[in-house]
Ligand binder design. Structure first.
Ligand SMILES: [Fe+2]
Length: 441
């Protein structure tokens, strides 16, 4: 092994192979397509991820956000662009671990969502950053000064009302704050929620009538951080709980349910049925546990019986799956199907998109045949009537070309070949979350 290969070998996974950042911001209007792009897909697929400009970071979660996007219209791919989210943190080259107090010093690297006509790039400790449809950074967005905390990277747009329900967590009090914005983008509620301490609260759950917080033992610990990159450490003595609150409730309305210690980065979805709350989640036995290797995430179901005061936990599959999605229109409502990234041996990247039928318990997969992808984002077909009548969109990396594609898969028949592959001029590093931002009707 030569010296260069030895240095590469020693790098952590997020700085090598297709996790490594790209150095150029590109705009490409001439894109080759294999197959045919469904003509009803009019809008932009946008995806966020960590892309450290220096090429180095202490943890996968700590690189500056870069958005990769493809615009589709009338069966044609109009453009591919990749752009940094230009926050003050990027301009100053600051250490994100020293930027907790200033709500503008965001990495903005985790998710990108559309709400009330705005496109917001999100991370979980700071204000959102608004972007133009061409991915230029407009600036920090704080609801005309009303938002006093950051915003989670996983706000939920209610499939029925269009409200944006979200929270923020703090490494200092208040440790947890709940927020609710109207479909028009007016922040109408902010409530402090009492929890015991500072934990990493990455995501949460909504149903038609409730929100459900996950208070899990990934605890901020600035003394014990060591060389882990993120000052977060597993601490089972903290306990693990789910907190159920009416959507317009307050701290005193939260009912907490103890569960077995575990971590959930991402729920698939949750809903209410027959007086119970059902949550399908990608559950890990632990994370960031000193001396213990990470364990794969697997699909589980929690069923909360509010009348009986109980939670039952059921493992639904033993495959390693993450980045779960349902159609945006079903967030908080009953889903039959869930779409996930099925991980292989090469780290947190998808070798297949696995589709679960939660009614029958069966699953099917779209094998990426040597390419590696990410979170499958569901986009409905025109006039769709069946829940799975639509498409899954994701970037996929082709190691033989060292380039990436936007793959478009028929969600009703995932085992078939991709209906279209839009060939991009560069590789797109494996990243985090994305959205389909449809053109205005
Ligand atoms: Fe996430």
């Amino acid at each position: 092994m030569n010296q260069h290969a030895k240095i590469e070998e020693k790098k952590p996974f997020w700085l090598k192979d297709n996790f490594a950042p790209v150095m150029a911001e590109l705009t490409e209007m001439q894109l080759d397509v294999t197959g045919s792009i469904p003509p009803e897909l009019n809008g932009r697929y946008l995806r966020n991820g960590a892309n450290p400009p220096s090429g180095e970071t202490a943890h996968w979660f700590l690189g500056q956000g870069m958005i990769h996007g493809v615009e589709l219209q009338n069966g044609k791919a109009n453009w591919y662009r990749n752009r940094y989210v230009r926050t003050p943190l990027m301009a100053e080259g600051s250490n994100p671990m020293e930027a907790f107090g200033d709500m503008t010093k965001s990495l903005a690297n985790t998710h990108i969502v559309g709400h009330a006509g705005r496109i917001l790039a999100l991370e979980e400790g700071h204000w959102p950053f608004e972007l133009s449809p061409e991915l230029e950074t407009i600036g920090a967005y704080n609801y005309d000064g009303e938002l006093k905390t950051g915003m989670t990277a996983h706000p939920k747009v209610c499939g029925e009302t269009g409200e944006l329900l979200f929270f923020a967590y703090g490494v200092a009090p208040p440790y947890l704050t709940y927020h609710r914005a109207t479909a028009d983008g007016e922040l109408v509620q902010s409530e402090e929620i009492t929890v015991k301490g500072a934990t990493m609260v990455h995501d949460f759950n909504i149903t038609r009538n409730h929100v459900i917080f996950m208070d899990l033992p990934a605890c901020w610990n600035f003394e014990a951080a060591g060389d882990m990159g993120l000052p977060i450490q597993w601490d089972e003595s903290y306990g693990a709980r789910l907190g159920v609150m009416p959507r317009e409730g307050t701290d005193k309305d939260v009912v907490w349910y103890d569960i077995d210690p575990c971590y959930v980065y991402h729920p698939l979805n949750s809903y209410e049925e027959n007086g119970k709350i059902v949550l399908d989640v990608c559950r890990m036995a632990h994370i960031m546990k000193p001396g213990a290797p990470d364990v794969p995430p697997m699909l589980y179901r929690w069923t909360i019986d509010q009348a009986a005061g109980t939670v039952t936990e059921t493992q639904l599959d033993d495959r390693a799956v993450e980045f779960p999605r349902v159609p945006d229109s079903l967030v908080g409502l009953k889903h039959r199907y869930g779409y996930t990234a099925e991980f292989g041996a090469g780290g947190p990247a998808a070798v297949a998109f696995r589709k679960y039928d939660l009614e029958t318990g069966a699953s099917t997969a779209h094998n990426l045949q040597g390419r590696m992808g990410g979170e499958p984002v569901f986009v409905p077909a025109a006039g769709a009537s069946a829940e799975d009548d639509g498409y899954l969109l994701s970037f996929a990396y082709d190691p033989s070309e060292d380039k990436s594609e936007l793959v478009i898969v028929d969600a009703s028949n995932v085992e078939a070949d991709a209906v279209a592959r839009v060939h991009l001029p560069t590789r797109v590093p494996f990243g985090f979350h994305g959205s389909w931002i449809a053109d205005p009707a």
